[in-house]
Write a protein that binds this ligand. Structure first.
Ligand SMILES: C[S@@+](CC[C@H](N)C(=O)[O-])C[C@H]1O[C@@H](n2cnc3c(N)ncnc32)[C@H](O)[C@@H]1O
Length: 267
């Protein structure tokens, strides 16, 4: 009879070990094998971050392993749109699930598996979908522990409420921002505050002409020692943010940033 595999999907917050919650720490303490995607060159950093979290939160004397699993090649989905993009990502998740399932099947019975997920697993992260797909391949019992997402850390760092009173928050990616902003404006739909993640190009630059008075609340490496924050009228601060972002990328070799756009106050 095949055993049911226990899997913890653990949100570890947006980069500061201080973001690890008591619930996350308790889950980390139960894991025997942490699986991490082996993405070639950038893997050392991914493993190092996870190792430092484990060193801090795994109780002394408890043995555990961090195992890198070769990540399947992702299709050339960047230029794809709509359904072709989604299908490409789905195939990639299926290939990942196959590899993880193989790895998990090779572990001793009773071994608890953990995935340490950046931020919160519910936002722009594929781990839960991949773990669901693993569950289609073998019996699993999955626990998800929420984490502090980058945009929560951003709001806290700036000391702001993300939305105006009673208004909504729309969370999206740099890839979709401009199209969604314009479509909503055309249809007279109020998106409220728009939170943008995964935006390597600061797509909000394209919106300056049509909404110069929108307010941007921006942060890079939020919660980390290199943290940089800027806030102001979009038209006034965007050039500084673009220049700063490029400089930071050069200085640190990588940059992760997130921002919120608060639409122009009307009334
Ligand atoms: C793959 S998504 C993962 C999001 C993550 N699950 C979360 O809840 O924050 C990565 C994006 O999150 C944002 N991000 C994550 N950590 C960040 C940080 N410490 N500072 C700024 N942005 C961050 C950036 O927009 C980055 O492109």
């Amino acid at each position: 009879m095949s055993t049911t595999r226990r899997i913890h999907v653990i949100g570890i917050g947006a980069g500061s070990p201080e973001h690890v919650t008591a619930q996350a720490a308790a889950a980390i303490a139960q894991v025997d094998v942490f699986l991490v995607a082996d993405k070639g060159e950038s893997t050392d950093e991914l493993v190092a971050l996870r190792r430092s979290i484990c060193e801090r939160f795994v109780p002394e004397g408890r043995e555990y392993e961090i195992r890198a699993v070769p990540d399947p090649q992702r299709g050339a989905d960047a230029p794809r749109r709509g359904e072709a993009y989604t299908a490409g990502v789905r195939n990639w998740h299926a290939a990942r699930a196959d590899r993880y399932a193989q790895e998990i099947a090779s572990l001793p019975d009773g071994a608890v598996v953990g995935f340490l997920v950046w931020g919160d697993p519910a936002f722009y992260d594929s781990t839960i979908r991949v773990v669901d797909a693993i569950g289609e391949r073998m019996a699993t019992e999955v626990t998800v522990v929420p984490g502090i997402s980058a945009f929560q850390a951003l709001a806290a760092a700036h000391g702001v409420v993300l939305h105006r009173i009673g208004e909504p928050v729309h969370v999206t990616t740099g890839r979709r921002l401009v199209e969604q902003w314009r479509r909503a404006a055309k249809a007279g739909i109020d998106l409220g505050t728009v939170v943008v993640m995964l935006d390597g190009h600061l797509a909000c630059r394209e919106l300056v002409a049509e909404d110069p008075d929108a307010e941007i609340v921006w942060g890079a490496y939020v919660g980390m020692p290199q943290q940089e924050l800027r806030r102001g009228r979009l038209a006034d601060v965007i050039d500084e943010i673009v220049t700063l972002r490029a400089r930071l990328r050069e200085r640190h070799g990588w940059v992760m940033d997130v921002y919120a756009l608060l639409p122009t106050r009307t009334g």
